[in-house]
Design a protein around this ligand. Structure first.
Ligand code: ADP
Ligand code: MG
Length: 267
């Protein structure tokens, strides 16, 4: 047990995979991160740098090769069920209604269906899915499906929530709506959120802190504190402070994206 002010700490996290010829390939790290309670923290990095791998490790779905993870001062690496995790390809179960999908995490935890539904219904109503409880995922728009997946993650009720490119596949207008909605949700539920996105504007707009990763093996290249007033209003993206942060961040990211392309071209 460590006494400290952080909600979550990653110490020296790395991951290697065996490659085809038997040698080890470093896919990620080493990564050190310290996340205070109730922060909105974004992670941005070139495609393939290991963001999803990092989330898989934090969630306990994938073992790290080295390092340690602490939540509330207790060591949790290798353990599942500590964080709420919305996977990059989060599939709602097509044969379950929206309500049944949203209560899935609670059911897995052993909550009775009746109790889980009583908990979930007011949330569905408050967060824009009223009237769609008994619909199936295929009957909903992409934005609504993502909302349902997010509510499922929130209802699982962990302090730390991992969201892997939750809005990546949405059109710009839906995405903007979802950002407002997520900020409301974050405020209402007082979660600590780790958010992966490839959209720097989205990262800065939503976050208290943004980490920019290097190309593979992903390490932390830059840590930006986003000292913009809250509640955030969409017009802030045109302010000089925002523009300057974004330009600086994009310059850093584009160096790494270029390296990632070169790596890919080299095989
Ligand atoms: N099971 C695996 N075996 C071998 N390599 C993997 C495996 N999973 C991911 N990788 C590699 O690890 C790197 C990081 O992948 P990923 O975490 O999905 O990146 P990102 O989410 O940042 O786009 C990629 O180069 C990918 O090819
Ligand atoms: Mg990914």
């Amino acid at each position: 047990m460590k006494m400290n002010p952080y909600k979550m700490e990653l110490e020296n996290i790395s991951k290697t995979y065996p490659s085809g010829d038997g040698t080890l390939v470093q896919a990620l790290g080493p990564i050190d991160l310290r996340i205070p309670n109730h922060r909105f923290v974004s992670i941005v990095g070139p495609s393939g740098c290991g963001k999803s791998t990092l989330f898989n490790i934090i969630s306990g779905l994938l073992d790290n090769t080295e390092g340690a993870i602490y939540v509330n001062g207790s060591r949790v690496d290798g353990l599942t069920g500590i964080t709420g995790y919305m996977l990059q390809k989060d599939l709602l179960l097509p044969w379950r209604t929206i309500l049944d999908n949203v209560i899935l995490g609670l059911e897995i935890q052993g909550t009775s269906k009746r109790e889980a539904k009583a908990k979930a219904l007011p949330l569905l109503h408050k967060y824009g899915l009223k009237g769609f409880e008994d619909h199936y995922p295929a009957q909903l728009s992409g934005g609504m499906r993502q909302r349902a997946a997010l509510l499922r993650t929130i209802l699982y009720d962990r302090d730390v929530i991992l969201l892997d490119e939750p809005f990546g596949a949405l059109d710009a207008q839906t995405r903007a709506m979802m950002q407002e909605w997520l900020l409301d949700l974050w405020d209402d539920f007082q979660k600590t959120i780790l958010f992966v996105t490839h959209d720097m504007e989205e990262a800065i707009y939503l976050s208290d802190e943004v980490y920019i990763m290097t190309s593979r093996p992903g390490t932390i290249k830059r840590h930006l504190l986003i000292d913009l007033p809250r509640p955030r209003k969409p017009q802030i993206i045109t302010s000089p402070e925002f523009t300057q942060l974004k330009e600086e961040a994009l310059r850093t990211l584009s160096e790494e994206t270029l390296k990632a392309y070169q790596q890919e071209a080299a095989g």
